[in-house]
Write a protein that binds this ligand. Sequence first.
Ligand code: HEC
Ligand code: HEC
Length: 331
Amino acid sequence: MVVVILAMAGCRPDPPVEEPPAPLTEHLMQVPEGWDAPVFPEDNAFNDVRWALGRDLFFDPRLAIDGAVSCGTCHLPERAFAAPETVTPGALGAVGERNASTLTNAAYQPHYMSEGGVPTLEMQVLVPLQEPSEMAHNIVTVCEELAADYADRAEAAYGRGLDPFVMTRALATFQRSLLSGNAPWDRWQRGTVTPTEAEVRGAELFGSGGLGCDRCHAPPFFTTYGFANNGLEAVSLDPGRWRLTGEPADSGAFKIPTLRNIGFTGPYMHDGRFATLDEVLDHYATGGAGHAHQDSLLAPFTLDAQDRADLLAFLGALNDTAFVDDERWYP
Ligand code: HEC
Ligand code: HEC
């Protein structure tokens, strides 16, 4: 670790930095029972000082060019780190095209953004900071502006001042701790609660013996982390993954989102087009709008009132209330 930090610090004249304080993982980094701890990059091992710096940067509106938009403006803890608006305006009121994703269990994702074009949480930080409809800032300039205020804490966390290295690492550290694995569904899996009859029937409908939602939204994260065109429209307005790969077959394909905390993260889909889960079910029941590259797993179905209530009860069991209420997220 020391070697890595020194190498990255390059030509700074300072004497060797000290090893960061030992992690207190039981409090700030809580890994749900039975889960593997997320993998931290070699140059960004977890510790509480880094985490606390990352949390405070996450909620600091000065990261935006107008000083008025933080990461937390669009990723609200009480919404499982998504946002209630269809599209949340960024700095200077600029409006983008996409609905803010939940950051629930972001640590385990192999790629970020709807196209999947960003491989790590560290790199992802550059996107919102520089994106005109989000923070519209420049990472070098913003670090210079805030360097004096964060000098001591950046030094304690990474052995250097606030610079793009520290900004990206600290924000990623905080986001890697956003682990949610204590929904009612998890408690049935651990055998500590008994599901209701509606929840059991809903799980059957959701699964491969029913509608096969789990072929894309596979437990335990309720995503395969793959990409699919789920038939939202016959001709895609947003090219989705095509924009990244240039493959026509990827037109209208988006990263399959987790359904954990789905009750908190509406509105739904990449553009927030559906306000409710009922509307989402209505969409899937049509079998999709018939896009040329729509996934072949989609097929029309009908749900009676009981089926619908059961499916919604099952989806409700994926809401981890302790996660959204967790005091660690509320500085
Ligand atoms: C103005 C609103 C806005 C702000 C501010 C914002 N984001 Fe986002 N964020 C979004 C939207 C919209 C998406 C979805 C983009 C997409 O689907 O491609 C997103 C996606 C993400 C993702 C990818 C999640 C995934 O599942 O792929 C991460 C990680 C993330 N944001 C972190 C941050 C961080 C860290 C900050 C602050 C430095 C931040 N965001 C600031 C709106 C915002
Ligand atoms: C072929 C793969 C596939 C299947 C099968 C599938 N989904 Fe999806 N689902 C997706 C994709 C891809 C998205 C995201 C689309 C977007 O961002 O516009 C999505 C989005 C969702 C969302 C919104 C998530 C959010 O955060 O916005 C819900 C809820 C959902 N699906 C539920 C279901 C249910 C219930 C079923 C079964 C009836 C189902 N899905 C079947 C691929 C699939």
